[in-house]
Design a protein around this ligand. Structure first.
Ligand code: RFL
Ligand code: PHB
Length: 391
């Protein structure tokens, strides 16, 4: 089979690309190694920038989002026993949306399948070849058989553990990596959110984040060791630690409930360069990872695809291949800004086991600098709501 664009991965990146290409009459197919229920049930990100929501709206995939998403105009920073609200909307004129990534993914899968865009689930791509030549070939295993797909271009939207990134020859590839000495224990609970805005809390025991998925479902995160065993965390221990970290801050008590999901994620920053090699483009987590404190991962996947879809459309509609060369550099400008923001939020809010008492005091002073100055708050808010797609 031959198709214009072969897409590996049915995460937010691959699914959005397929949709944007379809709307311009460009054919694609998505190969996804996991099953549909697995992909639709995977609990991950929850915060969408206004620009991401605008793109989902333009591509006709935001109907349910507008009914179900929670629209947020501010966040609170909690540190040193105090609460400081940052009025994101007053400072930037923009808002953010709370809507689970798995809901975004469900909407995107439904839109693509309804339009006849093929998504092959449980189709594991294991080899990409020909990207330096006239046409690319993807070999994959589906329903117990080895299959071959040829395509003009390959979109490597296969996440951090995918195969695409490894196809860039070692002498051309550079990976920029930073590993943090902590991770997040994340839980989902049938409990009303503690507040109706997100609480980013820095405490002597470590960072905690109170976020949500709906009026009845809370999502909370606790800073833990990066290799922490989730089995060490009983439900009681989780609630008592959340209470300890949050409870120090005036007027707040947490509502508890049944915990329905628990997992530990290590934190890292990573950027792959280049993002294109011949006929293959990397997009989303296959090209970069951010620590989740800045809520940028899914949003960066979406902004990469905005730039990539534009380049493919220019080629197929106007025979203009020039945007292929600028794809990576355009994305990387925004990616590095998001990397900086994610690193900054992470370093400012977590207490590192490597920090000296001086570092800890300096870090709290930095939080005061940001929270008590309009300039500081604006810097945070502008980055939190997201920079323009082509910054
Ligand atoms: P995905 O979603 O990982 O999708 C890649 C897909 O490729 C498939 N795949 C293959 N398919 C076929 N053949 C192969 N060989 C394949 N190898 C892999 C995989 O099965 C998968 O379905 O990547 P994509 O599309 O680039 O999307 C990136 C986002 O998923 C990620 O950045 C976010 O979840 C990060 N993130 C957050 N991002 C935000 O924007 N806002 C947030 O609030 C936010 N919070 C978070 C987060 C990530 C977290 N974790 C779990 C790391 C909170 C957490 C805790
Ligand atoms: C989430 O809702 O899962 C979430 C929100 C904000 C973050 C990270 C995760 O910074």
């Amino acid at each position: 089979m031959h198709i214009q664009v072969g897409i590996i991965g049915a995460g937010p990146a691959g699914l959005l690309l397929a949709r944007m290409l379809h709307l311009q009459g460009i054919s694609s197919i998505i190969l996804e190694s996991r099953s549909r229920p697995y992909v639709e049930g995977r609990i991950r990100a929850g915060l969408l920038e206004q620009g991401s929501v605008d793109l989902l709206t333009e591509t006709g995939m935001a109907d349910r989002l507008y009914k179900e998403a929670l629209v947020h105009e501010g966040i609170e920073l909690l540190f040193d026993g105090q609460r400081h609200r940052i009025d994101i909307t007053a400072l930037t004129g923009r808002k953010v949306y709370i809507y689970g990534q798995q809901e975004v993914v469900k909407d995107m899968i439904a839109a693509n399948l309804a339009a006849g865009v093929p998504i092959l689930f449980e189709a594991d791509a294991y080899e990409i070849s020909g990207i330096e030549g006239d046409r690319a070939t993807i070999r994959y295993r589906h329903e117990g058989k080895d299959e071959v797909l040829t395509c003009d271009y390959v979109a490597g939207c296969d996440g951090f553990h995918g195969i695409s990134r490894d196809m860039i020859p070692a002498h051309l590839f550079k990976g920029h990596d930073r590993i943090y000495p902590y991770g997040w224990l994340g839980i989902l609970a049938n409990a009303a959110p503690t507040r109706d805005e997100l609480l980013y809390c820095s405490h002597d025991n470590g960072f905690a984040l109170f976020t949500m998925r709906s009026a009845t479902v809370s999502r909370c995160y606790l800073q833990v060791a990066p290799d922490e065993n989730v089995d060490n965390w009983s439900d009681d221990r989780i609630w008592s630690e959340l209470e300890k970290r949050l409870g120090k801050h005036e007027g707040l008590t947490i509502s508890t409930g049944e915990i329905t999901q628990k997992s530990v994620t290590a934190m890292r920053s990573f950027v792959a360069e280049p993002m294109r090699h011949g006929r293959m483009f990397l997009a989303g987590d296959s090209a970069h990872i951010v620590p989740p404190t800045g809520a940028k991962g899914m949003n960066l996947a979406i902004s990469d695809i905005y730039v990539l879809a534009k380049a493919l459309v220019a080629f197929y509609k106007k025979n203009d291949a020039s945007l292929f060369d600028s794809y990576g550099p355009t994305c990387l400008r925004r990616i590095w800004r998001a990397q900086h923001f994610s690193w900054w939020m992470t370093s400012m809010l977590h207490n590192s086991p490597e920090a000296s008492p001086f570092d800890d005091k300096r870090r709290i002073a930095e939080l005061y600098t940001v929270a008590t100055s309009v300039a500081g708050q604006t810097l945070l808010a502008e980055n939190y709501v997201g920079l323009p797609f082509e910054a």
